[in-house]
Design a protein around this ligand. Structure first.
Ligand SMILES: *Cc1c(COP(=O)(O)O)cnc(C)c1O
Length: 367
């Protein structure tokens, strides 16, 4: 086996199908009508996945990885007189705070431990005590830990107190059902290489049209200007403002068809949840305890502690798994030694069985 042929247990980039990769074999023209209609198909297809009405909501595609999408939203929709409440309980929400610092955006942070979800009662108290807050920003699936935040209770507060609601649903959209209008989400951000199972190269923003229209001129960056990107896409029938990642877009269009063929978000969520549960259960039987308790564990990725009597390093474990066809992820916690196993992408129950057998074999060798 080629030493570069392995399945990814990393949550994006992830293992894609052969047909998604094949869609990249054609070099496409960016102003060609067929290519532009591919972009338009993706935009309306994403709205459908979000249960959002074409007209009340719109999709903006943005070049770059997921972070570019989050930065585009934060730097384009929060004006100099606005203030955002950031709910922080992981590395990705912490990154949002960093972005606010870079752009001089006014913010307040409500910080929770990485293993806990933000308490809606505390969020409500903050909203009541600080009338200057105009936006709430949070992460749905915290890929840092594997925790799934409760966007429904925060969305209800956003609606009750009339705040704009920004959700980083990077590693959940397409793998967890999200009803954008019902949850009161104003801007949802995700990217090509997560649960839709495309390849990396662009992010997308599902936005409330009425709110987006009010943001003209706020952007602090030319290339990340969300309004300008939307305006060009909208007025020019699917034309991107600057060179678009044509191969990635074609792969994504194919990935969206394959999501539908699998049975949509419901079926994909069932697969992810089943493989995640089986991995978590099997690993715990081998002595690897999960960091997040079962009630808040999301279906995408799991953080594991090393066994109590651990006799090996991450590097040894990584090398052994890679040799046997799987690549794993280091931990991202600041206060504990952990590693992570993602289960999105082309990962099925027979992979889970193989992965558990490899871990068992490895642990046996290290006894
Ligand atoms: C993947 C991810 C991002 C974006 O990371 P990039 O490396 O820029 O793609 C942002 N937030 C979350 C929760 C993610 O999982």
């Amino acid at each position: 086996m080629d030493k570069n042929t392995y399945k990814l247990l990393t949550p994006g980039p992830l293992t894609t199908t052969a047909t998604v990769k094949e869609a990249m074999q054609i070099d496409r023209c960016t102003w060609d009508e067929d290519y532009k209609s591919m972009t338009q198909g993706i935009r309306s297809g994403l709205l459908k996945l979000a249960h959002a009405d074409n007209g009340a909501y719109t999709t903006v595609l943005m070049q770059g990885s997921g972070t570019f999408g989050v930065e585009s939203v934060l730097s384009s929709v929060i004006s100099s007189t606005d203030k955002v409440l950031v709910l922080q309980n992981g590395a990705y929400s912490k990154r949002m705070v960093e972005m606010c610092d870079y752009h001089g955006i006014k913010y307040v942070v409500y910080e929770e431990d990485y293993a806990h979800i933000p308490d809606p009662m505390i969020v409500e108290d903050v909203l009541k005590s600080d009338g200057n807050i105009t936006h709430i920003a949070m992460v749905h699936s915290e890929t840092t830990s594997g925790l799934l935040n409760d966007i429904a209770s925060i969305g209800a507060l956003a609606q009750k107190y009339n705040k704009k609601f920004i959700v980083d649903a990077m590693s959940s959209f397409g793998g967890v059902d999200i009803n954008v209008p019902q949850l009161g989400i104003t801007y949802l951000v995700s990217s090509a290489n997560k649960c839709i199972q495309g390849v990396p190269g662009f992010s997308f923003i599902i936005a409330n049209v009425e709110d987006l229209k009010k943001t003209k001129g706020i952007a602090r960056s030319l290339s990340l200007d969300l309004y300008a990107q939307w305006e060009t896409m909208e007025n020019d029938g699917g034309k991107w403002r600057f060179t678009s990642p044509t191969h990635v877009v074609a792969a994504f269009a194919q990935a969206m068809q394959e999501l539908e063929a699998e049975g949509g978000v419901t079926a994909r969520n069932a697969r992810y949840a089943a493989t995640n549960r089986a991995l978590r259960k099997g690993m715990e039987e081998l002595g690897f305890k999960a960091y997040i308790d079962e009630a808040h564990q999301g279906p995408i990725i799991t953080t594991f502690f090393y066994p109590a009597d651990c006799t090996f390093t991450f590097a040894e474990m990584y090398a052994y798994l890679k040799e046997h066809g799987y690549v794993i992820y280091p931990g991202k916690l600041t206060d504990a030694e952990t590693f992570r196993l993602g289960n999105i992408g082309e990962i099925y129950m027979d992979d889970v069985e193989k992965i558990l057998a490899i871990f068992k074999e490895f642990a046996g060798l290290k006894k």
